[in-house]
Design a protein around this ligand. Structure first.
Ligand code: NAG
Ligand code: NAG
Ligand code: NAG
Ligand code: NAG
Ligand code: NAG
Length: 195
């Protein structure tokens, strides 16, 4: 079943706490990345303010990423979230991994490998000002580019979201960088037990 294998693929590739994605015909669009990306300034906590919609979304609220330096080239990733367990109680979930840029001359094109998953996924930093927002993109061609699956996150340093001025900047950057803003859904960042 193509549908089922795509679902498995999506879960494996992203392997993050919050799985949101878009399946679209054709090859991955060309999406530029931040040329002078400085991972040191990018470290710390980011809240998932909005990310791509998917029917596979696992009922996770409060998605948050914590990036810490592992060594000169590698970053430790700690994603956490809040979901309901089978009893309906709120529980904290987490997924840890490592991120690194395989080509040092393109530091914004990171790969992420989660500890509990065999696959490695792309994590491209399209743009960030390090202190307010980050726009992250990930895309994979499927069946030789017959269609593609894309993920995107708009991350914020503050769980409350962005000021109107920063929202305006984000809108401009999404348009300029060829990212479909209509696929984003707001992530609930209240009632959290993971932070
Ligand atoms: C950094 O950590 C990664 C992951 O543990 C390891 O593969 C790599 O060799 C380390 N690099 C250095 C310079 O220590
Ligand atoms: C991940 O972050 C959570 C929430 O801050 C924390 O409780 C947990 O210890 C962290 N895990 C690791 C492996 O750092
Ligand atoms: C997530 O947020 C929605 C909307 O506020 C709420 O109905 C749901 O109970 C929340 N789930 C968790 C696990 O907090
Ligand atoms: C992280 O997840 C594991 C199971 O996947 C769980 O045992 C552990 O308590 C979680 N830790 C936190 C800080 O949520
Ligand atoms: C790294 O990226 C640069 C710039 O795009 C490219 O010229 C070079 O071939 C890449 N190196 C490797 C090993 O892929």
């Amino acid at each position: 079943m193509a549908g089922k294998s795509i679902l498995v693929f999506a879960v494996l590739v992203l392997a993050a706490v919050s799985v949101r994605a878009s399946f679209t015909p054709g090859r991955c669009p060309v999406v530029p990345v931040k040329a002078d990306f400085d991972v040191a300034q990018y470290l710390g906590v980011w809240y998932d303010i909005r990310s791509y919609f998917t029917i596979f979304q696992a009922g996770v609220n409060c998605s948050r990423a914590d990036y810490t330096s592992l060594n000169a080239t590698h970053v430790r990733v700690n994603n956490t979230g809040t979901k309901h367990n089978k009893k309906g109680e709120k529980i904290a979930i987490n997924a840890t991994g490592v991120a690194y840029a395989p080509n040092a001359s393109i530091p914004a094109k990171l790969k992420v490998k989660f500890d509990n998953q065999p696959n490695v996924g792309d994590y491209w930093v399209v743009d960030t000002d390090y202190s307010n927002y980050a726009i992250v993109w990930s895309c994979k061609n499927i069946a030789s580019g017959l269609f593609h699956i894309s993920y995107s996150w708009v991350l914020g340093r503050n769980s409350n979201g962005f000021s109107p001025a920063v929202e305006g900047t984000i809108d401009q950057l999404l348009a300029k960088n060829n990212i479909d803003a209509t696929l984003y859904e707001e992530v609930v960042q209240t009632g959290c037990v993971n932070y």
